[in-house]
Design a binder for this molecule. Sequence first.
Ligand code: NAD
Ligand code: UGA
Length: 477
Amino acid sequence: MVHISAPTDRITSICCIGAGYVGGPTCAVIAAKCPEIRITVVDRDPDRISAWNSDSLPVYEPGLDALVKRQRNTNLTFSTDIDRAIDQAQLIFIAVNTPPMPHTHGSSSMGAKPDLSAVSECARRIARVSLTDKIVVAKSTVPCGACATIAGMLRDNGQKGVGFSVLSNPEFLSEGTAVRDLLHPDRVLIGGDDRVAQDKLKAVYMHWVPEPRILTMNTWSSELAKLASNAMLAQRVSSINSISAVCEAVGADIAEVARGCGSDERIGQKFLRPSLGFGGSCFHKDIASLIWLSESLGLPEVAEYWHQVLALNRFQIKRFVARILADTSREGGLSGLGGRRVACLGFAFKEGTGDTRNTPAADVCCELLRNGAKLSIYDPRVPRHHIVDKLAMSAASNCDIDSVSVCSDAYSAIAGSDIVVVLTAWSEFRQIDWEQALKLMSQPAYVFDGQVVLDHGRLEQLGFNVFSIGRAHVTTQ
Ligand code: NAD
Ligand code: UGA
């Protein structure tokens, strides 16, 4: 029993530790929907807090700017004074990052335990600073059992007579649609064994979420449901991507296959878009965490099952690059991409965000660079220095960063290139005037669509050599 005497008043003051992709948008929405609650979002990174207090927020999300600007300095504050915010709050969200531990050399594990050092640091700090009872809510994605560990830390390090209740309240927002997801969640999970504390957090959400969508459950179920949800979504992406390879071999079209499968209500259309694979900060690490959990529970078959979802994800990038090399080498008997210019459209891990964590685009760019290509990269949302930094970090594995230029629009990237590759599914790439683009390119011109977003028939009519994931190859040569 995590217990402990929770505060009895309804919640009017919240502190959120971690001003990132989750902490910032979540608190902005709570502030907007609960005007009687004062929320302070704190972070140990002063630059991040300054950005939240500026006109240029550190996170791009549609609708977020207006929301933050409206609530800031009314009931929403961003601060670096973590101790003060903890002291003044009845309820504290922990929304800090939980990256995977680096793989230990020689370890036979296929998984990775999440690094909970930031979460532990928060728990110890809350214990040290709190002079009144608190509800502590794990919003970060944590492995099963983490809430019990947090409760133990609070109990062992807390001031005498101060009570803590620990709840699991995982976040399900997606980047690019965070505000919409927070305003209209499919469900909110509140895991715990202190009914009073669960009801207090539930009362916060009931300001805007219909009650049937707020599910209370035990802590382990809530923690595991978060990992399992991400794993199942990623599994769907790997499933459709595995079928895309079959499509290319037999002459089927993955868009038609996806429609054919997804029209079965039991399967559904969502998350069946073929791609270069899933990226982002969470799918990899949460599956790695599930694999690690399965291994540590003595369930190697379960671990192996989820490991294949990651393996298939890597396979997709590998075979996309192999395809580029094979198709472009055919022409003129050239081998490799030596000296050729490749226009890379997109760099974010998905459309609607400027986030590049685990972006498949970086992996493809590095492979192209290793094969001697020169890259002109354009992404509507990723700042130039993020692209350069990201690729420079991979420079250790022989990426030649001097061969990269970052462009401010798609046409500048395409001009003078031999090959266009689509790396992020931004809808604006459909609006490109491809007739004009063809004139800007060296001939023969190639398009490799890694995100299945372009009108391939039209491109072929114009005279491009087109390859798309999940579609039998057509060439004009
Ligand atoms: P993030 O890296 O954007 O933000 C985390 C913030 O926590 C950073 O600003 C960092 O400076 C701060 N921080 C770290 N340790 C701290 C400490 N000891 N004290 C104060 N501040 C500290 O991470 P994120 O994307 O917001 O993810 C946070 C958690 O939410 C992760 O566990 C993630 O798995 C989960 N999650 C993320 C998403 C998403 O879309 N990004 C969605 C659902 C769940
Ligand atoms: C994902 C989940 O969707 C959220 O519910 C969860 O809260 C979040 O992870 C998290 O825990 O961090 P996110 O990673 O932001 O959200 O974005 P998704 O829309 O899930 O896309 C993930 C990746 O899969 C992207 O690279 C995307 O391009 C790819 N994807 C998605 C496909 O390739 N095909 C699809 O059909 C859908």
